[in-house]
Design a protein around this ligand. Structure first.
Ligand code: AMP
Ligand code: TRP
Length: 370
C-alpha cells in the first residue's frame, strides 16, 4: 500500500517552481518549505491533488516542511466559533489521514503562534492599499459583500507573514495562490531593502500535473470548489460511498458515448478519466484502451468504484484520528512548540531591524542606570 501511495503521489505531483527571479537571494538561506490550509469544511479531491498530496510527497522525500492550519484566515468572512473549533480538529485529522506525519513535518494551528500576527502588522505598515485591492481573490470574495471586513482585505499580508515568519524558501500551493505568493516576494524585497537583508524571497511550488486542476462534476467549465453551492459538483474525501457513486453517476459529460480523453473538447469525460487515472495510478491512454467497449454511463460506475476504493483507507485513518481528540490536541501542541522555536527567533530579529527592540547589552545598561 505504502509503495503504491508514494508512486501515485510521485506521478501526479511533478512540480514546477514559480518565481520572478529564480535564483534571487534563495541560496544563502536553508531550504525550508511552508504552506497553509484554511480549516473550512471538507477537503475535496481538487484540494487533495492540488495541495495536500504534494505536501505528503515533499515530506516523504525528506524535505523540511512546516504546515499551518490557517484558522486566522478562516475568520476573514463571518464564522461560527463552534464550527471553527470542530473544523480545526477535522482538518488536523484529515491531514494526518492523508499522510502528514507529525514526526517529520511541523503541523500547527496558526493562531497559537503570535508571531504571525505581529509580523503581519509590521508588513502591513510597508504594504500599500492599492496593491491589495488588485488581488483577484479579494475582488472575487468581496464582490457580493455590502460591508467588506478589513481582515478580508489584509488577508494576503497575513499570508505573507505566515511564510516570512519562518524564512520559508518554498511554498507549495495550488495555481490560484500564485498572486499571493508574488505579494509575499514583494514584501520580503521591500523589507530587505529598507531594513537590511532579513528574509529569503519565497518561491511558489505549483503542482505541474495536468490532473491537478480538477473540474466541477456539474459544470466542467469551472474548477471543483468548496464554495460551489451544489455539493454534487465535488467529491469530498470523507464522502460516503453512496454519495460518491451518485455524484459520479450524475457527472455532466456530453452526447458522445465513447470514452476518449480530450480536455478541450470533452472536459467532462476527461475530468473523470483524470480522476480515474489518479486513483488507479494508470496512465490515461491505457485507461482509454481498457474501457473502449464501455459507454460513458458504464464507465462512470467503474470510476466511482475506483474512487471509493482509493478513499476507503484514507477515510478509515481520518475517523480513527477523529476518535482521539487528545491525540489531535497533542499533535497541535507539539507543532506549536516547534514552530514557536523558529518564529520567536525571527521575530526578535525583525524587532531589532525595525527599531522596536534594544540590543540585550543596551537593555542591561538602561537597567543599571535606572
Ligand atoms: P481552497 O479550497 O480554494 O481554499 O484551496 C485549498 C488548496 O487546494 C489551494 O492550494 C488550492 O490551490 C487547491 N485547490 C482548490 N481547488 C482545486 C482544484 N479544483 N484543483 C486543484 N487544486 C485545487
Ligand atoms: N491562502 C491559502 C488558501 O486559501 C491558505 C494559506 C494561509 C497559505 N497561509 C498560507 C498557503 C501560507 C500558503 C502559505 O488556500
Amino acid at each position: 500500500m505504502k509503495i503504491f501511495w508514494n508512486r501515485t503521489l510521485h506521478r501526479f505531483c511533478s512540480t514546477k517552481y514559480f518565481s520572478t527571479h529564480a535564483t534571487e537571494s534563495i541560496s544563502k538561506y536553508p531550504r525550508r518549505i511552508f504552506s497553509g490550509i484554511q480549516p473550512t469544511g471538507a477537503i475535496h479531491l481538487g484540494n487533495y491533488l492540488g495541495a495536500i498530496a504534494q505536501w505528503v510527497k515533499l515530506q516523504n522525500e525528506g524535505e523540511n516542511i512546516i504546515l499551518s492550519i490557517a484558522d486566522l484566515h478562516s475568520m476573514t468572512l463571518p464564522h461560527d466559533p463552534k464550527k471553527l473549533r470542530t473544523n480545526i480538529l477535522e482538518m488536523t485529522a484529515t491531514l494526518l489521514g492523508c499522510g502528514i506525519d507529525p514526526t517529520k513535518t511541523v503541523l500547527f494551528q496558526q493562531s497559537t503562534v503570535p508571531e504571525h500576527t505581529q509580523i503581519s502588522w509590521c508588513l502591513g505598515c510597508i504594504c500599500t492599499m492599492p496593491r491589495l485591492s488588485h488581488l483577484p481573490q479579494y475582488k472575487e470574495k468581496s464582490k457580493d459583500l455590502k460591508d467588506i471586513p478589513l481582515g478580508l482585505f489584509i488577508y494576503p499580508v497575513l499570508q505573507a507573514a505566515d511564510i516570512l515568519t519562518y524564512k520559508a524558501t518554498h511554498v507549495p500551493v495550488g495555481e490560484d495562490q500564485v498572486q499571493q505568493i508574488q505579494l509575499s516576494q514583494e514584501l520580503a524585497r521591500m523589507f530587505n531593502s529598507r531594513f537590511g537583508d532579513t528574509f529569503p524571497i519565497p518561491h511558489a511550488i505549483i503542482t505541474g500535473s495536468e490532473y491537478a486542476r480538477l473540474r466541477s462534476l456539474r459544470d466542467p467549465a469551472k474548477k471543483m470548489s468548496k464554495s460551489d453551492p451544489d455539493p454534487k459538483s465535488r467529491i469530498c474525501i470523507t464522502d460516503k460511498p453512496e454519495d460518491i457513486v451518485r455524484n459520479i453517476k450524475k457527472a455532466v459529460t456530453d452526447f458522445t458515448s465513447q470514452v476518449t480523453f480530450d480536455p478541450e473538447e470533452r472536459p467532462g469525460v476527461s475530468n473523470l478519466i483524470s480522476i480515474h487515472s489518479f486513483v488507479t495510478n494508470e496512465p490515461v491512454d491505457k485507461i482509454c484502451r481498457d474501457v473502449q467497449n464501455f459507454n460513458t454511463g458504464q464507465y462512470k460506475l467503474i470510476v466511482a468504484d475506483a474512487v471509493v476504493e482509493y478513499l476507503r483507507p484514507i477515510q478509515e485513518r481520518i475517523s480513527h484520528y477523529l476518535s482521539d481528540e487528545r491525540h489531535l490536541l497533542e499533535v497541535l501542541k507539539n507543532g506549536q512548540e516547534e514552530a514557536s522555536e523558529i518564529s520567536s527567533k525571527h521575530w526578535e530579529e525583525v524587532q531589532h531591524k525595525l527599531g522596536l527592540k534594544f540590543k540585550i547589552r543596551k537593555q542591561e545598561k538602561i537597567k543599571t542606570h535606572g
